[in-house]
Write a protein that binds this ligand. Structure first.
Ligand SMILES: Cc1ncc(COP(=O)(O)O)c(C=O)c1O
Length: 373
């Protein structure tokens, strides 16, 4: 039946939410199949783990102690206790989210009011801008340097101006580098009372040995802060949704928890995250494989003449030779999904996830072919 198109509603929506830019969630496999006419899709746009997840996760979900008909613990007590032990953090300082993205939303809701100011980077992880905008905040973005690194001096100045919240991902999505210890200390030193530093460490596990651990470095500081981590990347649980916030104080943790929905983390996600956390060996082996592949793919891209950012993550960010959407379209024709970056000023860049060795080979071969055209 044909549906009639309704005229735009005059209903008074929240103007901050109504004006939000869309989140670029990337292309799904069904869409890529339809567009490319190919079945064998290499999805290299969402920073998922090509190794899947620990077999301990599937075993835990199949066990009789997993009871999907019961409401899950709204406080995620068992998971927070396990995380507290692993991280040597008081579990009462941890809030678990339906993915760490929910914690970005909860922090914005808990801390920001219309007109508040927020500092982040550009290019950026979309939600570091979208969630503050939804709360009516103004967002100031500090651009990456020409060397594709953090503009530490620019960030220091912007932070010292006293925004209410600073969102920084380190290692940095979408660019790749992580803040070194002295840069992180400089940024912490710039934070004044009244500013909350949110250090988003979604890619923490992929960083080089010796890279700063934000939880440890910030523990020694007196600033208000939150460190975000996730089970979506190194632990391979993107589809289940579990991430968490480690907060600097009990009142901050209480209010962030109050800003989420009560039963936000479902039973499967809690069961899976506990099992994944207990199998650290699987995660470390997977991260080791991904790091090795990252070096191989980065060398291949550089060999083709692309400018590739240094990466401490499970993806690479590189500058194409024109608008990146045409290169992404050429790859899609061959069944490979990558992310052509669309933020203003960065339209020449692409972000590509490190996939399985076979998918990475496909990417390299396809780029070799396209580079010759
Ligand atoms: C920097 C950063 N933060 C947070 C997230 C959200 O991850 P999740 O909600 O899956 O935990 C992502 C996902 O890509 C990310 O790149």
């Amino acid at each position: 039946m044909e549906q009639s198109v309704k005229p735009a509603s005059s209903f008074p929506l929240n103007p901050h939410v109504a004006a939000l830019p869309p989140y670029n969630a990337g292309m799904n496999i069904a869409m890529a199949r339809a567009l490319s006419g190919r079945h064998d899709i290499a999805r290299l746009a969402s920073n998922e783990n090509p190794d899947g997840c620990s077999p301990a996760v599937t075993a835990a979900l199949a066990s009789s102690s997993f009871e999907p008909w019961r409401y899950a613990d709204p406080a995620c007590t068992a998971l927070r206790t396990a995380l507290g032990d692993r991280l040597t953090v008081d579990p009462n300082l941890i809030v678990v989210g339906n993915g760490s993205e929910e914690m970005i939303a909860a922090i914005s809701r808990a801390v920001l009011v219309p007109g508040a100011s927020v500092v982040t980077t550009v290019p950026s992880f979309g939600l570091h801008e979208i969630e503050p905008l939804a709360a009516g905040a103004d967002v100031v973005k500090i651009a990456m340097t020409l060397e594709m690194g953090f503009d530490v001096a620019g960030l220091e100045t912007a932070i010292a101006a006293g925004p209410r919240v600073v969102f920084i991902s380190s290692p940095w999505n979408p660019v790749g580098p992580g803040l070194d210890r002295s840069s992180l200390r400089r940024l912490i030193g710039a934070v004044r009372p009244g500013t909350l530093l949110v250090l988003d460490e979604a890619y923490f596990e992929f960083a080089d040995p010796g890279a700063p651990d934000g939880i440890e470095v910030l523990r020694d500081s007196s600033i208000d802060h939150v460190v975000l981590r996730t089970f979506s990347k190194a632990y391979g649980l993107a589809g289940l949704r579990a991430g968490y916030a480690v907060c600097s104080g009990l009142e901050l943790a209480r209010v962030i928890a109050a800003a989420k929905t009560p039963f936000n983390v479902n039973a499967a996600a809690q069961t899976a995250a506990i099992a994944a956390l207990a199998d650290e060996g699987w995660m470390k082996a997977s991260v080791g494989r991904i790091r090795g592949e990252r070096a191989r793919v980065a060398a291949a891209l550089a060999g083709l003449g692309f400018l590739v950012a240094p990466s401490q993550t499970n993806f690479l960010f590189f500058e194409g030779k024109g608008d990146s959407s045409s290169l992404a379209a050429g790859l899609l024709e061959q069944g490979i999904i990558v992310k052509a970056w669309r933020e203003a000023g960065y339209e020449r860049f692409l972000r590509v996830t490190i996939g399985s060795p076979a998918d990475n080979d496909r990417l390299i071969t396809a780029l070799q072919g396209l580079a010759r055209q």
